[in-house]
Ligand binder design. Sequence first.
Ligand code: PRX
Length: 651
Amino acid sequence: MTTQALPIPSTLIVPPAIGRPGAISRFEDYQRLYQASLVDPERFWREQIQGFHWFQLPKRMLMGEGPEARWFSGGRTNLAYNALQRHIDQGRGEHLALIWESEAVNDRQEPVHIRRYTYRQLRDEVAQLAGVLARLGVQAGDRVTVYLPIVPELPIAMLACAWLGAVHNVVFAGFPALALLDRIEDSGSRVVITADGGWRNGKEVPLKPVLDEALTRTDLVKNVVVLRHTQTPVSWVPERDFWWHELVAANHSQPVPAEVESNHPSFLMYTSGSTGKPKGVVHGTAGYMVQTGLTAQYAFDLRPGDVSWCTADPAWITGHTYTVYGPLLAGASTLIYEGVLAFPDWERVWKIIARHQPRVLYTTPALIRAWMRQGEAAPRRHDLASLRLLASVGEPINPAVWQWFRDVVGRGTAPIVDTWWQTEAGAAMIFPLPHATPLKPGSATLPFFGVVPGIVDPNGVAIHGEGSGQLIIQRPWPGMLLGIWNNPRRYVETYWQAVPGGFNTGDTARRDADSYLWILGRADDVIKVNGHRLGTAEIENAIISVSAVAESAVAGVPDETTGEAVLAFVVLKPEAQDQGAAREAILRAIETQVGKIARPREIKFVDSLPKNRGGKILRRLLRELATTGQIKSDVSTLDDSTALLGGTKPA
Ligand code: PRX
């Protein structure tokens, strides 16, 4: 198979693709604009924000530093107005805004459900739902949890919240009741929007029943808006539960969009860190909007009339930013797909492209590897000529995978825009300008305007020039998070105090002789499985909730399919001898408390865990053992070196 090509030398430079008129097409222009963004940020950003709609222009572009930095203060705007109404005002109301396809197919293998919305239609749906939410008492600043499959009503719900200045909190529709409950409670949501269920791999995923189960443990939620989607009967709590379609039919008022201050929170996104439960990353309004809208243009070259397909679920930041807000802020059309991309088979993805003609395909290395394993025949059988730009996110993309993506999907000419960023960043931070930046396969290349990456050693000492270390961001950037919901201390400690000198990304990276950045992986206890971000602590907490378990430690190990995989080391209590039963109980605990996405690839039962003399588990040794099968690094701090080296029993 040609997919197993030799690795591409990582220094290979690929010239930028030729762009359309209007695209930045010279590397010198990128360098000049980048310099301008650093030398006079006030002036630079004042120019860049002109294309957005402001009820009131900001007085200052940036105020404050570090965790206190605030962008576009004093400005008044609305995210949904900018994503929808602005285009209607500018005469693009009949342009396509949203295309939805669901996985079900008929006998001829054609999709049963496709829906399209123009900007005007989408705005009408959003304003209607905003009216409904307002009638339920939702006001600016209130949090609304959204627990929906990938249907048009998911972006509609998000945008309706934004229309009111309410704070949406989208929860992945694959999460179990306890994970949903945590997110509802921590966010303090009194309204939840859900559906009867969703479709996944030909089967129904129940949603309302999962929410009902979560709500037996809290009386915080006063109203539930239920979308009828799968048509499966669901149980009902009168006065609390309402059908979406009935509320909308009965609503006759469409509120005007709220004119919120730039730093008004627009959404929460729960994500995993090193310790404790997932944290609610809070994003503001104007900074998020500006960086999202601008990167939709600069990174993905999106313009009105283009179709963009970002395969990410809006429950993750990639989908929030580039499935929903980015394309809409750019006036383009966004394609969303409900279900499994390999349903009914792997050919589906190429059929979707041929059918809807996206110009941009934005996806993860894990998916590209899965396509690669299927071979070239399928993508070559379909018309992929609409694709002009391919993009990748979520984990480092191996040069051979990069090349396959470019050659087979991008017909050898489409630029690969490898974008580095994270939930906290709001929008893309390090990426090539597709028509200006020479590419190096595997490198996210260079920072976006205003972004100043730094590489430091563990003591925070800057590494200048070539070298590797922890990746920090040395200046505030517009899309940066406002904080952690309910936990200002955790925000400052995790992001601003852990590594001196700037914002701690939690990643390690290398800077090469051309200043190109190469992301190496996480420096903390976060594991990326299929691009999903999981915290070791969350999984360990689920494992030790099993009564047979005495102790547990979880580590991430490289995995060809999923990027990284979860490996769990478990010490059973002396009286618990049945490893089979323990394994079942552990898997159940993980699935019900964290979710199926956190299932370990392997559970290893061991006699004890490697700890230092202070009792801290030495995860780096576990990772090393799991990755290389041996331990070569310094074990002098180990309390009992036989613990690990001699103690693994086959699972
Ligand atoms: O480790 C980096 C990796 O994904 C992490 C952020 O995960 P999350 O908050 O879930 O956001 C995912 C997508 C925005 C980062 O700390 N990561 C993201 N993009 C890349 C990457 N690693 C290498 N290359 C990338 N392009």
